[in-house]
Design a protein around this ligand. Structure first.
Ligand code: SF4
Length: 226
């Protein structure tokens, strides 16, 4: 079986989206060609932060760790996980009765079988039609007042029956104009807009989880802090 470049794994709970608050084992893979200027996972791709040697894990090692944590669901994220071939990993997780979730920008074909797909489109590399069609929910990072309208114009036809989470970009989470715009969109209810937040950041739960599961990578700064 193919091996995958792993940035970190940790057992915690999902802090975003429809499955917010549910326990999940996270697999964060290396690499992302999208390179958003406010990326909060710059350690997966930024040349100042990626390690000299990137560990490649056997799929069985990932399965074993998920089972050790008695995980009922796994979230595969990145970086951009869809630059990797994920069919073997997702098949092995399902063989062990583990639900498989994906968090992707949608800019690369989805190669695997998923129970839940979150597409968070980015203007820096736009999403593929095939990924939009497979999305169960969308997540928009709102870093300026035009971003919601922009995505309504570009992919609004996919919004009619799926939740669209509006997250303030983390460094702007206290910007009144951004928060008001999100609130207004939710209240006006053009689509199934939902006010989003990174709840796990408020709890500080991921850092604790990484320590608890012996993950040895230091927290990397977001791109905006570099
Ligand atoms: Fe890639 Fe996501 Fe970071 Fe954008 S936010 S650079 S898509 S990992």
């Amino acid at each position: 079986m193919k091996r995958l470049p792993v940035h970190e794994t940790f057992y915690t709970w999902q802090g975003e989206g429809y499955h917010m608050g549910k326990p999940a084992y996270f697999i964060r893979l290396f690499g992302c060609p999208v390179q958003c200027p406010w990326c909060d996972s710059a350690g997966t791709w930024h040349p100042n932060h990626i390690p000299d040697v990137i560990e490649k894990w056997e799929i069985q090692k990932l399965i074993d760790e998920a089972l050790e944590n008695q995980a009922l669901r796994v979230v595969i994220t990145g970086g951009e996980p869809c630059i990797h071939e994920l069919r073997d990993l997702t098949a092995a997780l399902k063989e062990n009765n583990i639900q498989v979730h994906l968090e992707t920008s949608g800019a690369f074909p989805i190669k695997g079988s998923f129970d839940w797909v979150t597409v968070s489109p980015k203007i820096y590399k736009e999403p593929l039609l095939s990924c939009l069609e497979q999305a169960h929910e969308f997540k928009l990072i709102v870093d300026n007042p035009e971003v919601i309208t922009l995505w309504e114009n570009k992919i609004g036809q996919f919004y009619s029956d799926r939740p669209i989470w509006l997250h303030p970009e983390w460094s702007l989470r206290k910007e009144k104009a951004i928060l008001e715009q999100i609130s207004n969109k939710v209240i006006r209810n053009t689509y199934d807009y939902r006010a989003g937040y990174q709840l796990h950041e408020l709890y500080g739960v991921d850092e604790e989880a990484k320590i608890a599961t012996q993950i040895n990578r230091p927290k990397t700064p977001s791109y905006t802090q570099l």
